[in-house]
Design a protein around this ligand. Structure first.
Ligand code: CP
Ligand code: NVA
Length: 331
């Protein structure tokens, strides 16, 4: 059956079938080709979108803006301080107002319930630009990047997430791998493993896709033969800075370093959604160094800058895939 996502919101990958996800990856590739060949594609001229950010962003915001302009749309950006939402106006009212003016709404914020509520009331597609639970637009870019590196097929690949395996990115990776038949391994301490319910849901999905979900504290078990090693920061946006001491202690054994990469397959790649603390060139990185003496955190600079790292292709792919998601849902 042909895929039709017109009018749909994009809130979490659990809402989408494997065929729909594969369609979005294919479409992202097509938009990447159009962009790289300089072919104009203002397919959504006359439409307008609004971007609501309650947390900071570089990649997601810029991807929505550039993708919106490339598609010929008008784009409004509202930062955490510059709308009435939440403080003077409920999410429900905000959604009903914005839905009267815009053809689509991007929302980055805290609870998943908020973005679901926005979508339930807006009457136009809502795209989740990251919540505490999920980061679905990131997944289309990540799977596109994996496909570019494993062009014969991604089904059956061993995909390892190292570190804070309970965060939004890890949750979403577990879902997308389970939908597409990859072998997902969460490697970290017991306290930071994904929620049991989500693991159970993903294992059910694996029965159909042929994938699997493994949770392990053993770096050796996880990284041996891995095709993709992925990590993310140890304290996510919205979490208190006081958590750093505890997380450093818990997650340091799960740093992606040369030893971990050496266990992986010969053609393995390293991915990271970014931003990353791989050196001392950030204020938080420098502060952590001063307090805890750690010059690099979730990934060493050697791996981040090394020949297996695909993190900047991955970042670029955010734009192509967000364009695909907007086009598919607004066309
Ligand atoms: N990966 C990602 O979502 O980056 P930003 O926080 O910069 O949007
Ligand atoms: N887990 C990170 C992802 C950033 C893109 C965070 O939520 O801060």
């Amino acid at each position: 059956m042909p895929v039709n996502l017109s009018g749909r919101s994009f809130l979490k990958l659990l809402d989408f079938t494997p065929d729909e996800i594969r369609y979005l990856i294919r479409l992202s590739k097509q938009f990447k080709n159009l962009k790289l060949s300089g072919t104009p594609h203002k397919y959504l001229e006359g439409k307008n979108i609004v971007l609501l950010f309650e947390k900071t962003s570089t990649r997601t915001r810029c991807s929505f803006e550039v993708a919106g302009y490339d598609l010929g749309m008008g784009v409004t950006y509202l930062d955490p301080g510059s709308s009435q939402m939440g403080k003077k106006e409920s999410i429900e009212d905000t959604a009903r107002v914005l839905g009267r003016m815009y053809d689509g709404i991007e929302y980055r914020g805290f609870s998943q319930e908020l973005v679901e509520e926005l979508a339930a009331n807006a009457g136009v597609p809502v795209w989740n630009g990251l919540t505490d639970e999920f980061h679905p637009t990131q997944m289309i870019a990540d799977m596109l990047t994996v496909e570019e590196n494993f062009p014969t097929g991604i089904k059956g690949l061993k995909f390892v997430f190292m570190g804070d395996a309970r965060n939004n990115v890890a949750n979403s990776l577990m879902v997308v791998c389970s939908k597409l038949g990859l072998h997902f391994v969460a490697c970290g301490p017991e306290d930071r493993m994904p929620e049991e319910d989500l693991v159970a849901t993903c294992r059910e999905l694996c029965e159909e896709s042929g994938g699997s979900v493994t949770l392990t504290p053993s770096v050796e078990e996880a990284c041996t033969g891995a095709h993709v090693i992925y990590t993310d920061i140890w304290v996510s946006m919205g979490e208190p800075a006081e958590l750093w001491a505890e997380r450093i202690k818990l997650l340091s054994p799960y740093q992606v370093n040369a030893e971990a990469m050496a266990l992986a397959a010969d053609d393995a790649i390293f991915l990271h959604c970014l931003p990353s603390f791989h050196d001392l060139k950030t204020t938080i990185g420098a502060e952590i160094y001063e307090k805890f003496g750690l010059p690099e955190m979730e990934v060493t600079d050697e791996v981040f800058e090394g020949p297996r790292s695909r993190v900047f292709d991955e970042a670029e792919n955010r734009m192509h895939s967000i364009k695909a998601i907007m086009y598919a849902t607004l066309r």
